[in-house]
Unconditional design. Structure first.
Length: 212
């Protein structure tokens, strides 16, 4: 199991990537190059600019993801915007959490889910983040994100940027500071099909200022 504690999500994604390089393959899944369970604690996510903002009731990515991963297909960012806008904003889930936290600040029921039985169908693309848990702890808003799976090369950073952006938006709405962010991944992995570009990304992450 990979266990990480860092100040920012960028540092966490980098540590997750390099820790995973030494993990074994899951021989039950021929598509996987490396895999591990991961628990990641980000102690001060507000040190970084939000990856996403909510604009016109939609998630909008406000960075250039290719600055982090030059070989990435930016359609993945568009998919992230569309999928989680539908699941968390259009569904009313985020508004419900805001109202509940204001009314019941000590509640331990502030959970939103994105999972549905349809995702058991292997022909349907399933979202990575299955649920988010919000809790006021010592006056700060903490968020715990649970992911069924994270591609450590392409999507771990993006998923954490999304979740911490939601954390920041909700904290602002309830007038509370941002606390810790904790990310659980049941399957942090590299796919075999990306083995060559994973090596390129490894070299890039050791030299690029954005990953410093």
């Amino acid at each position: 199991m990979i266990s990480i504690t860092t100040d920012t999500v960028t540092e966490a994604a980098k540590e997750g990537f390099f820790n995973l390089l030494s993990c074994p393959q899951n021989t039950s899944d021929p598509t996987i190059l490396r895999e591990s369970v991961a628990a990641i604690e980000v102690t001060n996510p507000s040190l970084e600019q939000q990856g996403f903002i909510i604009q016109n009731n939609s998630f909008v990515y406000q960075k250039n993801y290719q600055d982090y991963i030059p070989s990435i297909d930016t359609e993945l960012v568009s998919e992230e915007e569309r999928d989680y806008t539908r699941l968390f904003i259009s569904s009313g889930h985020i508004d419900s959490i805001i109202h509940h936290l204001i009314k019941f600040p000590a509640s331990r029921r502030n959970l939103i889910s994105s999972w549905a039985p349809i995702y058991l169908d292997p022909t349907v693309v399933g979202v990575c983040i299955t649920h988010l848990y919000f809790r006021l702890y010592n006056g700060k808003l903490e968020v715990h994100s649970h992911a069924r799976a994270n591609d450590a090369y392409r999507l771990l950073l993006l998923d954490m940027q999304l979740a911490t952006s939601i954390q920041a938006e909700v904290a602002k709405a309830i007038d509370k500071p941002v606390g810790k962010y904790i990310h659980f991944s049941d399957s942090l992995h590299f796919y075999k099909q990306y083995e060559n570009v994973i090596e390129q990304q490894k070299a890039y992450m050791t030299t690029s200022e954005i990953w410093a």
